[in-house]
Write a protein that binds this ligand. Structure first.
Ligand code: GLC
Ligand code: GLC
Length: 815
């Protein structure tokens, strides 16, 4: 069944009941301050780094689910009735409920006992705070006396320490209260120069900052004793757990509405301006912030500015088609998710705790494919940050820390696919912008300025890293693992709990990856193009030879008869072969090899994709491998550690499904390409939400495969490379509007039943209005293109760069 619906006009997903099959969340924030916000007001916020500078506490894996948020409690003074207008945490039944997740904001509206409530929550552009504007309306015909209580629980900044180091933390919590403003200042007395403020724009009748006083030691968030009593304790936290709660008493006549603006902000002072007077924090930055958002009108203006920001951003690529599900995903939600992965990488979601991973080298380069058309300037600086963590030999730290931008030693390196993704990311950036200047930027190696060289040299080292690290079959050595983090062929881990990602490797010099070979053949030609376009023809010739050699190695040692092999293990044995008992066929090498056009000329590409369909396809997407590994294999590592059907062990690992989609378009099979696209696309499974469980408006990393008990259930929504790759597959290969070095290539590959579609695309300073007509009902092929009313003979539209709008009419069909 469905728990809501898409409101396409307002670009919102409207959740119509609070008890969704899992918390369905949204992200607030677009620059440095971010919040996670669920449909029942759960979540938390942080400044720049979810681990180091977290403002509010959140309890992952708690009971009940989704514990912690910015809560409002309402109490009817007359009847003593208490409820949460967001349903959680009190869970008193609501007469009405709706949550609208929009672009960077969420609205909750509800009603109980004749009192309507509405809330809009967002992070304004350029300021480091969340705004929660709430309105109460008396819909009854009697006067209502209402107690409003706000509630946030502060995190003592370092979210990891906050959840582990209680011997210290229970003694250090400090606050200040000044009227309606509650300041959280733990550790400000020593090395921190920042504090949080939680304020409301009206005078209050009471407050609490001590959790135990507010809740009662043995109560949960669902039964705060202060709220049920109707009286705040005016407590000042000292150690234990500092919180922020305002108590406002108000009277509403029939029909009357009242609006309040709550602001939760992050404030910093200069080192020498920390104090107003001894022990009293300097509140200047807070005053400026709260002044700015002190009225409902100013909050509304900030929200309007945010809406405008998103309207412009999403205006850069829009889709109009009969298939509304595809149009809303490609035009809105998929791009929105790409921006979230840009901002969050893999740090903070309801599956990533915000204290674990830094920014992945390969993840960030792939994420870029999905947002480079939206924020090219930011993609540029992201590329330079990533490249600066590369080692001089071309290999890379697997992760780097967003705050310091330095490579993460704990996670180390040795994932041998990593370097190639840098070429892939830079190529995407240049194709989008035409900015070859980026290649001349001086970029450190290993964050060491004295090792700096041009970005071009970084690309060369990336390319050569693969060339210089090949195994017995002339295929790339896999190292710790390739794109599949769990294919740990040199690991041989026997120790329970040992991390497959970081444990010492026995570098065999034998284990090889066919996937890396295919990535090399796919992305190598971009390196060649970049060389040629910057007059490095000798280097281009050399690179072409290397690519040809790699193709040969794949042809000779990477083909299994009906599909592409996946790898050779440290003993030189095949993985992903019909000779294997389990793991006979894998998705990744097959998708990528065909994406790289390998086997297009001799029928192997088609065979490979037909085999993928036959052995790996399911109604919910394509599983990663078959048959699932039943037992743990020392020589394979983590992939075989998962129960069959989950994660990399034969789960539907959505990230690699669009590789098959793109591969199908290389064969011209538009109907099949679209089928693989829709199977993992959340909007098509909206009415199946009880099984899928995750948000119908975002992709999930994994859907349980056919070997799992919960076949079809998704997990790990939001922060996944699926977002970028599905956007590439639908926008560039199915709808076929693809930036290339010389302009915008038009190359649709769609189901024969799709009559046509319209796309608008902002590209290098001009707007292209592209109308595709497929009344002939083909899957691929262009009969004619009219550009600004004149017949145009190429399929590559020029980069006009003239700030104008250009009309493109594409007729598909056989010439
Ligand atoms: C996760 C990682 C990604 C990896 C994938 C497959 O999504 O973030 O880097 O490629 O798993 O293991
Ligand atoms: C595990 C997961 C994989 C993820 C990795 C990140 O190996 O299975 O999906 O990429 O952890 O560290």
């Amino acid at each position: 069944m469905q728990y809501g619906y898409f409101d396409d006009n307002s670009r919102e997903y409207v959740i119509t009941r609070p008890d969704t099959p899992y918390p369905w969340i949204n992200y607030l924030g677009s620059d440095e301050f971010f919040g996670l916000f669920s449909n029942t007001s759960g979540g938390y916020c942080f400044y720049r780094d979810a681990r180091m500078l977290r403002l509010t506490r959140y309890r992952y894996n708690n009971v009940p689910a989704d514990a912690g948020g910015r809560y409002f409690y309402l109490r009817d003074h007359g009847s003593g009735d208490v409820w949460s207008p967001s349903w959680m945490p009190v869970k008193a039944a609501l007469d009405r409920y709706e949550c609208r997740h929009g672009m960077g904001y969420s609205r909750i509206s509800s009603a109980r006992g004749g009192l309507a409530f509405s809330q809009v929550s967002f992070v304004p552009l350029r300021d480091n705070c969340e705004i929660h504007k709430i309105t109460l309306t008396n819909e009854s015909n009697i006067d209502k006396y209402i107690d409003i209580f706000s509630f946030v629980e502060f995190c003592l900044w370092n979210a990891n320490d906050d959840m582990t180091n209680f011997q210290r933390n229970f003694s250090i919590g400090e606050v200040e209260v000044d009227g309606s403003r509650i300041y959280h200042k733990t550790e400000y007395r020593e090395r921190r120069n920042h504090y949080a403020v939680w304020a409301v724009n009206v005078p209050v009748d009471g407050f609490d900052t001590d959790r135990q006083t507010f809740l009662g030691l043995y109560n949960g968030f669902d039964h705060p004793q202060a709220v049920f009593k109707g009286e705040a304790g005016n407590s000042i936290a000292s150690g234990w757990a500092p919180i922020g709660s305002h108590h406002i008493k108000t009277k509403l006549s029939p029909g009357e509405s009242k609006t309040y603006v709550f602001v939760l902000g992050y404030c910093e002072n200069h080192e020498d301006e920390k104090w107003e007077s001894p022990g009293i924090i300097n509140k200047k930055p807070a005053n400026v912030l709260l002044e700015k958002y002190g009225t409902p009108e100013s909050a509304d203006r900030a929200l309007a500015a945010l809406n405008e920001y998103w309207k412009n951003l999403l205006g850069r690529f829009t889709v109009d088609a009969e298939d509304k599900k595809m149009a809303r995903m490609a035009g809105v939600w998929n791009q929105y998710q790409c921006m979230v992965t840009f901002n969050m990488s893999r740090s903070a979601s309801y599956f990533e705790s915000g204290i674990g991973r830094g920014m992945g080298f390969r993840d960030s380069n792939q994420d870029l494919l999905g947002f480079v058309h939206l924020v090219p300037e930011r993609a540029r600086s992201r590329i330079l940050d990533i490249a600066a963590t590369q080692f001089p030999d071309g290999s890379a730290y697997h992760q780097y820390q967003p705050l310091t931008k330095r490579g993460n030693n704990e996670v180390g390196s040795g994932f041998n696919d990593d370097p190639l993704w840098l070429i892939c990311g830079v190529a995407a950036y240049i194709k989008e912008t035409g900015d070859y200047g980026i290649l001349n930027e001086n970029v450190p190696f290993d964050n060491n300025e004295s090792l700096a060289d041009t970005l071009f040299v970084h690309l060369k080292r990336s390319f050569d890293y693969t060339v210089n690290n090949k195994g017995p079959h002339g295929l790339p050595l896999i190292g710790r693992a390739d794109w599949n983090d769990c294919l740990n062929l040199n690991c041989f881990s026997k120790t329970p709990g040992e991390s497959f990602q970081t444990t010492a490797n026995f570098e065999s010099g034998i284990a090889e990856s066919v996937l890396i070979a295919a990535i090399f053949v796919f992305t190598g030609p971009d390196y060649v193009s970049i060389c040629r376009r910057t007059n490095r023809n000798d280097e281009a010739d050399r690179a072409e030879k290397e690519i040809a050699k790699m193709k040969e190695a794949i042809n000779e040692h990477g083909w299994d008869g009906l599909w592409f092999l996946r790898a050779y293990d440290a003993h030189g044995k095949k993985i992903g072969s019909r000779e294997c008992d389990d793991g006979k066929i894998f998705i990744e090498s097959n998708g990528f090899a065909v994406m790289a056009d390998i086997g297009l000329d001799d029928g192997r590409a088609q065979k490979a994709l037909d085999s993928v369909k036959e052995h790996l396809d399911t109604p919910y997407g394509i599983v990663l491998l078959q048959p699932a590994y039943k037992d743990y294999h020392l020589e394979l590592g983590e992939v075989s550690s998962y129960p069959p059907g989950y994660k990399e062990n034969a789960g539907i690992f959505c990230h690699n499904n669009p590789w098959v989609t793109i591969a199908e378009t290389r064969l011209g099979r538009g109907t099949r390409a679209f089928e693989t696209y829709t199977k993992i696309c959340p909007a098509y499974r909206e009415d199946d939400s009880d099984l899928r469980r995750m948000e119908p408006y975002v992709y999930a990393q994994m859907v349980a495969g056919k070997d799992a008990a919960r076949f079809g259930e998704a997990k790990n929504s939001w922060l996944t490379g699926t977002a970028a790759w599905t956007f590439v597959s639908i926008s560039q290969y199915i709808l076929g509007v693809r930036p290339v070095y010389d302009g915008l290539l038009i190359d649709p590959c769609i189901p024969s039943g799709m009559k046509g579609f319209n796309v608008t695309r902002h590209f290098r300073g001009a707007d292209y209005h592209i109308m595709v007509d497929n009344s002939e009902g083909v899957e691929k092929g262009i009969k004619s293109i009219m550009l600004d009313g004149v017949r145009f003979d190429s399929v590559v539209l020029p980069a006009f760069n003239d700030g104008k709008r250009h009309q493109v009419i594409v007729t598909m069909g056989n010439k």
